[in-house]
Ligand binder design. Structure first.
Ligand code: MN
Length: 216
């Protein structure tokens, strides 16, 4: 039975995850409203668009950023930039509502003082996905990456340290938080599929991931 038709909680059987992958289902349920309002503001200021990959194709998900720098991809490669390459505009700042959520999630982790300077926002519509990849454009890999999920459910993949390694797949839902840090900071990860129409937030169609990084 597919998750969108299931009467059962997707999280009734929590996956066994490797050390350094910290999954907190529903950790941010209480923050969904302020996060959504703040997200709408960021999306209005910096509308997401598909990015060009080094191979010349387009990313499946559309992307935008907020923060001092934003992650971007084009023919010149993958990097963080203070200005948006396609328009030259600065990215909007990370909203205070985002920082409040970050502080709450990170408080009881090995990185309680995590202070992101970049938030890459991926917008996943029906049929979009994100292939297995490593986040490796940040300066300091001792800093974790925090993903906050809003909107539709999705299958999240966590792999090993080479693309061909075995992956664990589990469903992430709106209000969930997922940290990859420490020994798992460089694991391959991706989004296999979105479950359209499962967003519990009336204001959000599709799935947004807010991925917080200390890039500089
Ligand atoms: Mn990533």
């Amino acid at each position: 039975m597919s998750p969108q038709n299931s009467l059962f909680d997707n999280h009734s059987a929590p996956p066994i995850l490797p050390e350094g992958v910290i999954y907190r289902p529903k950790a941010l349920i209480g923050h969904e409203k302020p996060l959504t309002t703040a997200l709408k503001g960021v999306l209005a200021a910096a509308p997401p668009s598909q990015a060009r990959t080094r191979g010349g194709g387009l990313t499946s998900a559309a992307m935008t950023n907020c923060g001092r720098v934003g992650w971007w991809s084009d023919a010149r490669g993958y990097r963080y930039q203070a200005q948006r390459p396609d328009t030259g505009a600065s990215w909007p700042p990370i909203p205070s509502e985002f920082f409040a959520a970050v502080r709450e999630v990170m408080a009881k982790t090995p990185w309680p003082a995590f202070n992101p300077d970049a938030c890459l926002i991926n917008s996943y519509g029906p049929g979009t996905k994100m292939g297995l990849h490593q986040d490796r454009d940040e300066k300091d890999f001792s800093q974790p990456i925090l993903t906050v999920c809003l909107g539709d459910d999705a299958d999240f993949l966590v792999g090993g340290f080479s693309r061909a390694d075995k992956v664990v797949s589990f469903v992430v839902s709106s209000g969930d938080a997922l940290i990859m840090g420490g020994a798992s900071r460089m694991r391959f990860h991706g989004i296999r599929k979105i479950y359209p129409g499962t967003s519990p937030i009336s204001d959000i169609a599709g799935r947004y991931s807010l991925t917080f990084r200390k890039a500089l």
